[in-house]
Ligand binder design. Structure first.
Ligand code: EPZ
Length: 427
């Protein structure tokens, strides 16, 4: 199993290219099941999760090829098109690798009137049920049964538009129902819809395929069903969570880096907090330059609470916590989305951080320094927080189980090494 060896204490200097968003690419790829023609996705990041989704979609009958595009030094262009054969069963060995596999449910039921998807197991950060996805599909006229760990969804007469109110925000739940509703008869309203930029990017893609959608990015998304969806070409938005991850790394190492292709409009709350902490942002023609306002001063403490978009993203909670371990004073970070998303705390303590957990809040007391140590990644964003702290810690850190990292960060060692970091992958 690969590990990362990092020797910390080097301020990041240079440029980092921001890749296409993983959490946009995954629903966009699943939505390709709805198309009766070829779709082209540009700026797709090279990630383990993308490969997993591609394998699942090929299993379902899509022909996928990844011609290496000359223009992009990062990411690739995918072509996805129906092969004529259809498989509406998504087996456990594919689904268990990645929970986002559940995103094939809506498209398969909408287009082929049935689907069988293995119930995705839980993961390190929580049980992560999909009850809201299933209730939404039942509202659209499907019957849902659970048998032997598999979810069977059937709509022999096709789906019928309905009004669906989510009791709380679910990102992939919103995406699944929006995709299913594109081919349902009549109008569907999704009330209390997720407003994430990735949901908006998916709506844009579906509309380019011929779907009739309004209200994306607001609390209420309205979809008028159509008979079929054609092909299209779509460029994936930059990854706001990757961007936020590198912002924390720049902050903690007192770096000065230009993030190429970053779109900070998707991170306005995060940017506001980082300015509070002592970072400055200067727009450049290719992205944004980020550094400490006063390199002589340490970072200031923050009080953060995770919320659905446009609030502070839960996917940046671990990364900002890592940065705050070296800030002056006491920071508080409250996690409101997932029930178990503090797995990184125990590992940060091994590096000398001072963190106490009280229920869903972590209290971080800034320390003078972190010390490199062998640590273990437990989930995707926790592993990113360990990289961030290792980049600032004195001495050498070895991070184990970095397959978690490979799920969501394209070429992370190359990107950091280009900015002077001492980081290498060891078998
Ligand atoms: C998406 O997961 C993201 N994944 C997650 O990113 C992200 O953390 C999460 O949204 C929250 O922003 C993708 O987009 C592929 P939810 P999702 O449904 O859709 C509960 C990463 O690191 N819930 O918005 O699965 C759920 O347990 C990943 O890239 C139900 O109870 O999250 C959670 O507590 C991690 N029933 C809360 O709602 C349901 O049917 C929000 O979950 C659905 C969700």
């Amino acid at each position: 199993m690969d590990k990362l060896k990092i020797v910390g204490g080097i301020p990041l200097r240079g440029q980092i290219h921001i890749s296409g968003a993983k959490n946009a690419a995954l629903p966009l790829m699943a939505a390709s099941l709805l198309a009766s023609d070829e779709v082209i996705l540009q700026n797709v990041p090279h990630l383990a999760d993308i490969t997993t989704m591609a394998n699942l979609l090929m299993h379902c009958g899509l022909e996928i090829n990844m011609p290496v595009a000359k223009t992009e030094s990062f990411g690739h262009t995918l072509s996805l098109k129906p092969s004529g054969k259809v498989e509406t069963d998504a087996p456990y060995d594919l689904v268990r690798k990645m929970r986002a596999s559940v995103l094939v449910l809506g498209p398969l039921v909408a287009k082929y009137r049935r689907a069988k998807v293995s119930m995705p197991g839980g993961c390190a950060i929580g049980t992560r049920p999909i009850d809201l996805h299933l209730k939404g599909l039942e509202k659209l006229g499907a019957t849902v049964t659970l048998e032997g760990g598999d979810v069977y969804v059937d709509a022999p007469l096709g789906l019928q538009g309905a009004e669906i109110t989510f009791p709380f925000i679910t990102v992939t739940g919103t995406e699944n129902i929006m995709m299913a509703a594109t081919l349902a008869r009549g109008e569907t309203k999704i009330i209390n819809a997720a407003k994430e930029p990735e949901v908006v990017d998916l709506a844009k893609f579906l509309k380019a395929m011929g779907a009739k959608i309004t209200g994306e990015g607001s609390d209420i998304i309205t979809i008028q069903g159509v008979d079929q969806l054609g092909g299209c070409c779509h460029r994936i938005i930059p990854d706001r969570i990757e961007t936020g991850t590198y912002l924390a790394a720049i902050g903690i190492t007192n770096g000065d880096v230009e993030l190429i292709g970053a779109d900070l409009d998707m991170l306005s709350v995060v940017k506001g907090e980082l300015i509070e902490a002592g970072l400055s942002f200067d727009q450049t023609k290719e992205g944004v330059r980020v550094r400490r306002t006063d390199p002589q001063k340490s970072l200031k403490n923050l009080t953060l609470k995770t919320d659905p978009y446009p609030g502070f993203p839960t996917d940046l909670q671990a990364q900002l916590m890592a940065m705050m371990t070296l800030a002056e004073g006491i920071s508080t970070i409250t996690e409101t989305i997932f029930e178990n998303r503090f797995m990184h705390v125990a590992e940060l303590l091994r590096m000398g951080a001072n963190i106490h957990i009280h229920g869903s809040s972590a209290v971080v007391t800034g320390v003078e320094r972190l010390k490199g140590a062998p640590v273990m990644a437990t989930d995707l964003r926790a592993s990113a927080s360990l990289v961030i702290s290792a980049l600032a810690a004195e001495g050498e850190s070895i991070i184990g189980r970095i397959y978690h990292l490979d799920r969501g960060y394209e070429m992370i060692e190359a990107k950091l090494r280009r900015c002077g970091a001492s980081i290498e992958r060891i078998a």
